[in-house]
Every structure is written in structure tokens, then in C-alpha cells.
Design a protein around this ligand. Structure first.
Ligand code: NAI
Ligand code: MG
Length: 516
């Protein structure tokens, strides 16, 4: 391991090496970093206008079609992680509020939604999809301000997919019998849905659209750092005249989620988030009649063979891990490079990450936005430091990070071995762990040799190699010569500690139906 006195970049290379003896020091010397890619990659600022959109100073709970104050009278702040400014306050729901929401959902289920013909339910879903499209610019701006993701992503990836999910499941609402030939699909009842902060609106869409298409009603709990767009979605439900109680939204932190999990009148629970909380939910649900689907963490292997088109592969690798600040459960966070092309790939990777623009997420030129919260930033720093302490070498871009807000410069670790924490723990930040392999057998064995099994990527010129790898990789999704591509028609979900059940596609309907 090379020794260096400071992790700040020296002139001759873009590499920053943090020696193990500096373990107590922060990995990232934020203030010392300088912009070093000159004018070549510097564009004039092009921020999206956020002044047109008014954010109410206080947000209530959405229960039985109305916005109601929480019984506790308590509210918490939602901040913009790029500026640390408070955007609004959000109601904290307790067990009583969750109970009111479940009662409203039960009433709507019994009296209205489960009895409504599928074609009528479909009309509501189409209406919601169209309103989302109309308001997509506003929703994208709010998503970016509340969560820190780039406007490029919220506008071009999240919002089109959100609308597409409502459109897609609207289409299934009157065709459920065709989805399951020979069966009579029946709704399950009231669905409790708990979602994370990395794709706030998209996760809401993944969960709400199939549930409603099948005739269930919903109580949704958004993540505490990103509730703003869920509350905007509640207004869209009102605008679409969705019958009251069909979707209820209760905001709050883990206790609110736990109250929903433990409520006796829930028929189905769907959770996306950390493996730790997922396990706790599985324990709470064990022995009850509640149906459960879990979409948890991941540590995907992106496998790069010598015969791959390297420049395209590098773009795919970049897209797979730095996209959305690495806040992606299926992020390609482990890169396995075949030995013969290792030095070439590292050089290209180093040059390419240097060109990534980090900063104001509302700027259309920004590639990497803010880390969602301070605890998440601390977690990323701690894990990266553990990698360095255990002997890996850290390469980081030397861009200037804004003084306020939560930021982490795009990074990769080389010299990673299987025993290192960064080889198997989810970092959930813009950090890639790079390893090498010699044969396809070694690649899939090492790719599979971790507790997770959510996704993987294979880069090669040979179709036969793709099929061989796809058959051997224990991952719910395998992308070949591309990465992080989503479509509502395509199922998504994991193996092992990445959870069970599928979302998306007609498989996503099965999670919300009884098939007698
Ligand atoms: P988390 O699992 O605590 O939060 C996800 C959701 O679960 C939030 O809505 C939260 O309020 C809720 N929740 C928390 N405790 C709960 C409980 N006991 N019962 C019911 N609901 C509960 O995730 P967190 O703390 O935000 O992130 C920690 C790590 O989890 C991240 O660093 C990342 O590694 C991973 N993660 C994975 C995600 C994925 O998409 N698979 C999404 C978010 C985080
Ligand atoms: Mg926020």
C-alpha cells in the first residue's frame, strides 16, 4: 500500500491515497478539493426554475380523502439536502393516525373499490397517470429539492417511469383474468406499503398502481426525508376524484412504519428499504395471515469481460454506480474486470469520473447531486474509510464540493479483496469496489458469493457468454451490455437477503391478488 501524507490530490495524478494510519481522519477533505477539469467540462449554470412552485409550510396526513392534522400535533422538518434549508414541515403519524388510515382504507375497500368493475378502476388510474404527466416538471423539481437527486434524473428517468407505471397497471385493471388464465383473481384487501427515500415517487408508483389495479386499497408510508412528493401525489388523487379512503398516506419515521406493520387489519405488506428493517418486518409478520413482499439491499456485480466494447462498458459502469449518487439498491457497486484489460479499464475509469459534475442538483448539467441525508453521508464515509483501513486504495475526483449540504465525490476502490467490508456491504453511495477475475466460472462464483442477490450486469461481445452468465448468476435482474434500465412491463426483485416477491410486469400483479 502506498504511503502519502495527505489524502489531497497531488498534481501528477488524480489519485488520493488515504493510509491506514490516518483512520481517525475523515476520508474526504471537503474544503481542500479543487476543480481540475478546466473549461473543457465546465458549462454555464443552467438551473431549473424552482420559484414557480409553491411549497406549503406545513403538510398534514392524507386520510379518507382529506388532509388532517396528526393526533399528536407533532411535525418534523423536511430539508433540502443540497442546501440544508428547511423546505416544509411534515406531520408525524402515531399508531392512532395509522389506525384511522387503515379504517378508512377498509371502508373504501368494502364499500367501493373491491366492488368496482376493473374497467372503472382503470379509468381512475389512467386519469392519475395523465395528471402526473401534466405536472411532471413540478414533481421533478420538488423531488430534486427534497431528496437531492439531479433534475436530469428526476425529470428524465423518475417522472416518465412514474407515469408509465400508472398507465401500465391501468391497462391491466380490466384484464386480470388474462394475466392469470384459468384463475379468478381476487383482491387481498388493505395493503400497507412502506417506501424508501432513493426513488420517492417511483417507489410510490411501483406499489400503489398494481395494488389499485387489482382492487386493493392502500395505506402508504413514505420515507421521513422525502415525503413532499407523496403529499403532492395525494393532491393529484383528490384532483382525479379517486374515491375517499382508496389511498391514505401517513408520514413519519420508523415508528409510524412499525405501527402499520403491526396493525391487525392489514392484509398485505410491501416494503422497500434496508435489509435490517426488512428482517424485522418479516419477524413481525411471521405467524400472521399478512402477505409480504420485501425489496431490500443489494451489492450488484458488474462483470466486464475482455471482449466487451470497453468504452460503452465504461459508460454503463458509470451509469450503474454514480447515477442517483449510488442511492440505488440495484447499483452496480462491484466491478469485476477480467485481468487482461484491468489497467486499461482503470485508466479509463479514472479519466471518466474526473469529468462527472457534482453540485447543484437543480442544474441540468449536474451529474451527481446531494447525498440524501447526513446519516447516509456518515455511513458512506465510514464504509469507505473501512475499505482504506483494510488495505484498498481510494481514487476520488478532485472537484469542488459545495460548502453547504451533503456531498460525496465520485470514488472507486481498487485492491479490494473478498474479505473487505466494501466487497460485500451495501455502501449506497457513489463508490465502486473494483476486483479482477480470470475465467467466467470465477466471475459468477465471486459475484454470487455474498448475501445479496438483486441484480447484476454482464459486458461481453459473445451472446453465448451472456446466456451462460445469466443462468449462473443468482440475481433477480441481469442486464447485458447495458445497466439500470427499467420498464413497467419488466419484473424486478431479489434473491437471498435482497428480499422476495416481484414488482413490475404481470408478476407484480400476483403480489396483490388471491388466485383461487
Ligand atoms: P430504512 O430501511 O430504515 O428505511 C426505509 C423505510 O422503512 C422508511 O420509510 C423508514 O421510515 C421505514 N422504517 C424504518 N424502520 C422501520 C420499522 N421498524 N418498521 C417499519 N418501517 C420502518 O433505511 P434507511 O435507514 O433510510 O437506510 C439505511 C440503509 O438501507 C441505506 O444506507 C441503504 O444501504 C439501505 N437502503 C436500501 C434501499 C433499497 O432500495 N433497497 C432504500 C433505502 C435504504
Ligand atoms: Mg428532504
Amino acid at each position: 500500500m502506498k504511503a502519502a501524507t495527505s489524502p489531497v490530490r497531488r498534481k501528477s495524478s488524480s489519485r488520493a491515497v488515504v493510509p491506514a494510519k490516518h483512520a481517525a481522519h475523515p476520508v474526504v477533505p471537503l474544503k481542500e478539493r479543487r476543480l481540475n477539469f478546466g473549461n473543457k467540462w465546465d458549462f454555464a449554470p443552467a438551473p431549473e426554475d424552482s420559484k414557480n412552485y409553491v411549497i406549503a409550510p406545513q403538510h398534514e396526513l392524507f386520510i379518507n380523502g382529506k388532509f388532517v392534522a396528526p393526533t399528536s400535533g407533532k411535525y418534523f422538518e423536511s430539508i433540502n439536502p443540497a442546501t440544508e434549508q428547511t423546505l416544509t414541515t411534515i406531520a408525524a403519524a402515531n399508531a392512532d393516525d395509522v389506525d384511522s388510515a387503515v379504517k378508512a382504507a377498509r371502508k373504501a375497500y368494502d364499500k367501493v373499490w373491491s366492488k368496482m368493475p376493473g374497467r372503472e378502476r382503470g379509468k381512475y388510474l389512467y386519469r392519475i397517470a395523465r395528471i402526473i404527466q401534466e405536472k411532471s416538471r413540478e414533481l421533478a423539481v420538488l423531488e430534486t429539492m427534497d431528496g437531492g437527486k439531479t433534475i436530469k434524473e428526476s425529470r428524465d428517468v423518475d417522472l416518465p417511469l412514474v407515469a408509465a407505471h400508472f398507465f401500465y397497471y391501468a391497462g391491466w385493471a380490466d384484464k386480470l383474468k388474462y394475466a392469470f388464465p384459468g384463475k379468478t383473481p381476487q383482491p387481498l384487501g388493505v395493503a400497507g406499503q412502506i417506501i424508501p427515500w432513493n426513488f420517492p415517487l417511483l417507489m410510490a408508483a411501483w406499489k400503489i398502481a398494481p395494488a389499485l389495479a387489482c382492487g386493493n386499497t392502500v395505506v402508504l408510508k413514505p420515507a421521513e426525508t422525502t415525503s413532499l412528493t407523496a403529499m403532492r401525489l395525494a393532491q393529484i388523487f383528490q384532483e382525479a376524484e379517486l374515491p375517499e379512503g382508496v389511498v391514505n398516506i401517513v408520514t413519519g419515521a420508523g415508528e409510524t412504519g412499525a405501527a402499520l406493520v403491526n396493525h391487525p387489519d392489514i392484509n398485505k405488506l410491501a416494503f422497500t428499504g434496508s435489509t435490517e428493517v426488512g428482517k424485522r418486518i418479516a419477524q413481525a409478520v411471521a405467524g400472521t395471515k399478512k402477505k409480504l413482499t420485501l425489496e431490500l439491499g443489494g451489492k450488484a456485480a458488474n462483470i466486464l469481460f475482455e471482449d466487451a466494447p470497453i468504452d460503452q462498458a465504461i459508460e454503463g459502469v458509470i451509469n450503474g454506480i454514480y447515477f442517483n449518487q449510488g442511492h440505488v439498491c440495484c447499483a452496480g457497486s462491484r466491478l469485476f474486470v477480467q485481468e487482461g484489460i484491468y489497467s486499461k479499464v482503470i485508466k479509463k475509469l479514472r479519466d471518466r469520473i474526473q469529468t462527472l459534475r457534482v453540485g447543484n442538483p437543480l442544474d441540468k448539467n449536474t451529474d451527481i447531486g446531494a447525498i440524501n441525508s447526513r446519516p447516509q453521508l456518515e455511513k458512506i464515509r465510514e464504509l469507505v474509510q473501512s475499505g482504506v483501513d483494510e488495505g484498498a486504495e481510494l481514487t476520488q475526483t478532485q472537484c469542488t464540493l459545495p460548502a453547504k449540504g451533503y456531498w460525496f465525490a465520485p470514488s472507486f476502490l481498487t485492491g479490494v479483496t473478498h474479505a473487505h467490508r466494501v466487497a460485500s456491504e451495501e455502501i449506497f453511495g457513489p463508490v465502486l469496489s473494483v476486483m479482477t477475475f480470470r475465467t467466467p466460472e470465477e466471475a459468477f462464483e465471486r459475484a454470487n458469493n455474498i448475501p445479496y442477490g438483486l441484480s447484476a450486469g454482464v459486458w461481453t461481445d459473445k451472446g453465448s457468454k451472456i446466456f451462460k452468465m445469466v443462468n449462473k448468476l443468482r440475481a433477480g435482474v441481469v442486464w447485458a451490455n447495458t445497466y439500470n434500465k427499467f420498464d413497467p412491463t419488466s419484473p424486478f426483485g431479489g434473491y437471498k437477503e435482497s428480499g422476495f416477491g416481484r414488482e413490475g410486469g404481470l408478476q407484480g400483479l400476483a403480489a396483490y391478488c388471491r388466485l383461487d
